[in-house]
Design a protein around this ligand. Structure first.
Ligand code: GAR
Length: 210
């Protein structure tokens, strides 16, 4: 049976586009929801006939009230999976626990290094020779949940945060659809905070993209 998928964005939504364009067998994209009414990804989804919704964080006095309305909006689509795709809001513990083991995020660093913002500059400043991105299950602790897959790229001597971000983003666009496909096809298992993939051939975690 197909799984209902809801995607949350805050901006251009290129990861959302990669997931939609992958036409993942077993995944029904039920809605794209943004906390920003001007998110460019909303127009892209609308043009393709995908249901969209906005829950504007500016309309709420507290993080708890925003998350409660966001949860209400998401749950109308009876999601089996909620995908954070450049969703730039910190979520409350209650929200994370409500979607425990069915909430994914992509983060532009090789976790557990460089949590939070400005990850590309931080990797350059640390003198790292590799950087990358991680898809992980979301837990209440920021950028901390069980890691599903990672992709790595080199950091080149003349890299800026922007050039490195661009190189990593192209890896994100293959890594995230693969992780969603693995989830909806029940290939992921979590035990003691460690994710195993039932079909290692499909796992992107060995990817080293240049
Ligand atoms: C992506 O690089 C994603 O990894 C990052 O924001 C960008 C969104 O781009 N996410 C985070 O930093 C989350 N902490 P997109 O809107 O084009 O998918």
């Amino acid at each position: 049976m197909n799984k209902n998928v809801v995607i949350l964005i805050s901006g251009r939504g290129s990861n959302m586009q990669a997931i939609v364009n992958a036409h993942i067998a077993g995944a029904d994209i039920k809605a794209v929801i943004s906390n920003r009414p001007d998110a460019a990804g909303l127009a892209w989804a609308n043009e393709r006939g995908i249901t969209t919704a906005v829950v504007n964080h500016r309309d709420f006095d507290s993080r708890e009230a925003f998350d409660a309305q966001l949860q209400h909006t998401i749950d109308a689509y009876q999601p089996d999976l909620v995908v954070l795709a450049g969703f730039m809001r910190i979520l409350t513990a209650d929200f994370c626990l409500h979607y425990q083991n069915r909430l994914l995020n992509i983060h532009p660093s090789l976790l557990p290094s460089f949590k939070g913002l400005h990850t590309h500059q931080a990797a350059i400043d640390a003198g790292c020779k590799l950087a990358g991105c991680s898809v992980h299950f979301v837990t209440p602790e920021l950028d901390h949940g069980p890691i599903i897959s990672q992709g790595a790229v080199p950091i080149l001597p003349d890299d800026t945060a922007d050039s490195l971000a661009e190189r990593i983003l192209s890896v994100e666009h293959s890594l995230y659809p693969q992780a969603v496909a693995d989830f909806v096809n029940n290939r992921l298992q979590i035990k003691d905070g460690i994710v195993t993939n039932q079909q290692p051939a499909s796992a992107s975690s060995k990817l080293l993209a240049f």
